[in-house]
Design a protein around this ligand. Structure first.
Ligand SMILES: Nc1ncnc2c1ncn2[C@@H]1O[C@H](COP(=O)(O)OP(=O)(O)O)[C@@H](O)[C@H]1O
Ligand SMILES: [Mg+2]
Length: 257
């Protein structure tokens, strides 16, 4: 049975797209068949994976909205074997989906339905959510079997915490009763900053009874350098110490399979 994991946090810059790419790569290292789905109109994941979003002729948008002429929805477009994982790209067109889908029927399950035909081909599908609580995040959570929440170890991360938990509760109540919370991943953790340490402790206290809290992903320029080189960290610098943190998360997530 495959898992569909949505990486969700309505804040931007917390490391969602970076984590999506790197978790995907580590799963692939374990011979898991992996699909990454970019659900962010800003298309960071598509870019990190080495593509120019503006040049992508077909994106996840096409699989979400009806063709104006035919009324049909396209299959999910898949770029195969990008460093061992498949990718369904996005680009700025996706920003129109929120509006176009407002009046669409069955809109909540559009992504779920789009992924259904390819689900058998994968063990793990990772959905990189946009930094918002809007429709694109909502339909991602509806499509998911589990949600993973990257959370920055900075005090401001707490500002949106209640909103985030309320959103998860609403999705579970209304649209996806079986949605599991796979856990919280503290990100961009800088052990030299006392604020990060305090926030990490606060995160553990706050979420302890909600779901597992993983060991923090360290702040390291290696992640940004690897992204700039359009590579997962493990391919950019295979001895980088942060790879162990990613791998530890994959070890636990793999038990969901
Ligand atoms: N652990 C990390 N250490 C340092 N920089 C990071 C780390 N994770 C991500 N970054 C950088 O932070 C920025 C935001 O990361 P990104 O994954 O795009 O966040 P999000 O998807 O939540 O908006 C990017 O420039 C990325 O390279
Ligand atoms: Mg992102």
């Amino acid at each position: 049975m495959s898992i569909i994991l949505a990486l969700f946090n309505q804040s931007g810059g917390v490391g969602k797209s970076t984590l999506t790419m790197n978790l995907g790569h580590q799963f692939a290292q374990r011979k898991r068949r992996v699909l990454l789905v970019d659900m962010d109109p800003q298309a960071s994941l598509t870019t990190f994976m080495g593509f120019d979003p503006d040049q992508e002729a077909a994106t996840i948008y096409d699989a979400l909205v009806d063709d104006e002429q035919t009324g049909l929805v396209a299959d999910v477009p898949i770029r195969e074997d990008c460093h061992g994982v498949d990718l369904c790209p996005a680009n700025i067109n996706l920003s129109a989906a929120e509006l176009v889908l407002v009046t669409a029927d069955m809109r909540d399950v559009r992504l779920k339905d789009a992924l259904e035909p390819v689900r058998d081909r994968y063990d793990v599908i990772l959905i990189d959510c946009p930094p918002s609580l809007g429709l694109l995040s909502y339909i991602s959570l509806v499509a998911a079997t589990h949600v993973l929440v990257p959370i920055q170890t900075q005090f401001k991360a707490f500002a949106g915490t209640n909103l985030l938990l309320n959103t998860l509760a609403r999705v579970k109540r209304r649209a996806n009763r079986k949605l599991g919370v796979a856990g919280f991943v503290p990100t961009l953790f800088d052990a030299r900053r006392s604020q990060d340490d305090r926030t990490l402790r606060a995160i553990r206290e706050r979420f302890m009874n909600v779901a597992p809290i993983y060991e923090p992903i360290p702040w390291s320029t290696g992640f940004a350098d690897a992204a700039e080189a359009r590579l997962p960290l493990a391919l950019y610098d295979k001895r980088h110490k942060a790879i162990a943190s990613i791998d530890a998360i994959v070890t636990q997530l793999d038990e969901l399979l």
